[in-house]
Design a binder for this molecule. Structure first.
Ligand code: IMP
Ligand code: MG
Length: 170
């Protein structure tokens, strides 16, 4: 296991993203929609980096089995609790890889008529994209390596590491 992005780097970048988002949004609440489970640490840190009032909800999507690559199959495993109609919605994701998950989710959320709908992703692996997705806020662009920590898992392990680490061949 090798540290790719340290806890300190993550925290500094999340504060910058918070300031950027604060500057971009009109007054009033921002509805943060976290994708379970990987985005939970990023969402709680980002929410507290914002001066805007934030509403928080979670949605469950699964597109991955236990391995390291997408199954190509997406399903909704938990829906939102709150209505997002007319809301400024910011989807919070841990990592955009193939784009399959977000592409599907954006389609689902658009139909609920939010006032705006954008994405903040802590990590982006642009080389891997097979579905187009527009990501308004990106923490770090990373190369095509499998990473764990700060919410990201490998078969449900390593989520609580403070740093983002590269998981070398298993
Ligand atoms: P996508 O649909 O291929 O963009 O996959 C996005 C989801 O796959 C993320 O929300 C993660 O849960 C998972 N994922 C993609 N790359 C990694 C990685 O390097 N480590 C851990 N999980 C990953
Ligand atoms: Mg995952």
């Amino acid at each position: 296991m090798r540290v790719l992005i340290s806890d300190e780097q993550i925290q500094a970048r999340v504060r910058q993203l918070g300031a950027e988002i604060d500057a971009d949004y009109p007054e009033g609440p921002i509805c943060l929609v976290g994708i379970l489970k990987g985005a939970c640490f990023f969402l709680t840190d980002l929410a507290r980096a914002l001066k805007h009032p934030a509403r928080i909800d979670f949605i469950g999507i699964s597109s991955y089995g236990k391995g390291k690559s997408t199954s190509g199959e997406v399903k909704l495993t938990k829906d939102l609790d709150i209505s997002i109609e007319g809301a400024e919605v910011l989807v919070v994701e841990d990592i955009v890889d193939s784009g399959v998950t977000l592409h599907y989710l954006m389609h689902v959320l658009e139909q609920r008529k939010p006032r705006s709908l954008r994405v903040a992703a802590l990590l982006d692996k642009p080389e891997r994209r097979i579905r187009p997705v527009e990501v308004s806020y990106v923490g770090f662009r990373i190369p095509d390596e499998f990473v764990v920590g700060y919410g990201l898992d490998y078969a449900e392990d390593y989520r609580n590491l403070r740093d983002i680490c590269v998981l070398e061949a298993q």
